[in-house]
Design a binder for this molecule. Structure first.
Ligand SMILES: Cc1cc2nc3c(=O)[nH]c(=O)nc-3n(C[C@H](O)[C@H](O)[C@H](O)COP(=O)(O)OP(=O)(O)OC[C@H]3O[C@@H](n4cnc5c(N)ncnc54)[C@H](O)[C@@H]3O)c2cc1C
Length: 254
């Protein structure tokens, strides 16, 4: 899967069928009803075997799903969460070419037009965007307010003017989908605002704080997975007449 930058469709189906895509979502919204802590254990365990699957599951749960769970209206939760838990990928779109660590430097605009907003801009490195049907998008409704103009919108895949570019050619977790997402005057109704107008920066900080815990869980799982694969090799591989594990420098691992 990693070599070809492709996630096996059976794995994508499997993560939904096994209840891994709405881990901390209450059962009333179609989730598994676990805690956030439980979700981190799942992410860590998946990363022991395949960090790309862990990234796909971890980011879906902690970013787009959490945003809708924490800030959605009851109508938005009922519209999106059951689907996101059962068969629909979501993406979280904040980063841009000039807005990485400094995410609030984002240039995507949401220009108000009566009851609608027109979204224009390009997002980069968006996880699961190759498959996503639901996009949680950060755009500025009033750049004169700087970060206090940042507002969050829910945009659906079929919206006119929304395009998803080719997969990024990454060095690792290659089977996890990472693409650019472009918005060319994408028209969304004001009811698609997630949470309050101008509060997007606050929601992003909170959500990314939780997302970073998931990245930490993923890294611990990845390191443990490497360790677990290395020990049996050191125990069976012989050089200079003895097992590698019996050399002084490797003995600390046994
Ligand atoms: C695999 C992958 C998946 C991703 N998924 C998503 C996603 O789903 N949604 C999304 O919106 N974004 C996503 N991103 C984007 C990710 O959030 C950004 O890559 C990240 O914010 C860093 O931005 P950057 O790559 O532009 O690095 P930069 O911000 O350019 O940073 C480059 C280097 O400078 C350092 N640096 C930056 N600022 C400071 C500072 N103040 N002090 C000291 N050092 C500093 C950084 O630590 C880093 O080492 C993803 C990225 C990757 C690689």
């Amino acid at each position: 899967m990693d070599k070809h930058s492709k996630m096996d469709p059976i794995v994508k189906q499997g993560v939904f069928e096994n209840g891994l895509m709405g881990l901390h979502v209450p059962e009333e919204y179609g989730g598994s009803g676990s805690s956030f802590f439980d979700a981190m254990i799942v992410i860590e365990e998946l990363a022991k075997t395949d960090p790309a699957v862990s990234a796909m599951v971890g980011i879906h749960n902690t970013l787009p799903v959490s945003m809708i769970l924490d800030h959605g209206t009851e109508e938005q939760k009922l519209r999106y969460l059951p689907a996101l838990c059962s068969d629909t990928f979501g993406s979280f779109c904040i980063s841009e070419a000039g807005a990485g660590s400094d995410a609030f430097a984002l240039k995507t605009l949401a220009k108000q037009d009566g009851d609608y907003f027109l979204l224009s801009g390009s997002k980069m490195w968006i996880t699961n965007s190759g498959d996503a049907q639901v996009f949680v998008v950060f755009a500025n409704v009033d750049p004169s307010q700087r970060y206090k103009g940042i507002t969050c919108f829910i945009v659906e895949r079929g919206a006119d003017g929304l395009t998803v570019d080719k997969e990024e050619d990454k060095l690792g977790i290659r089977a996890s989908s990472t693409c650019q997402v472009h918005f060319d005057n994408v028209r969304v109704h004001k009811s698609a605002i997630l949470g309050e107008y101008g509060k997007g920066y606050k929601y992003a900080i909170e959500c990314l704080n939780a997302g970073r815990i998931a990245i930490g869980a993923q890294m611990i799982g990845l390191a443990q997975g490497c360790f677990d694969q290395t020990i049996p090799y050191l125990q069976q591989r012989e050089q200079f007449g003895q097992r590698l594990i019996d050399f002084q420098v490797e003995q600390t691992l046994d």
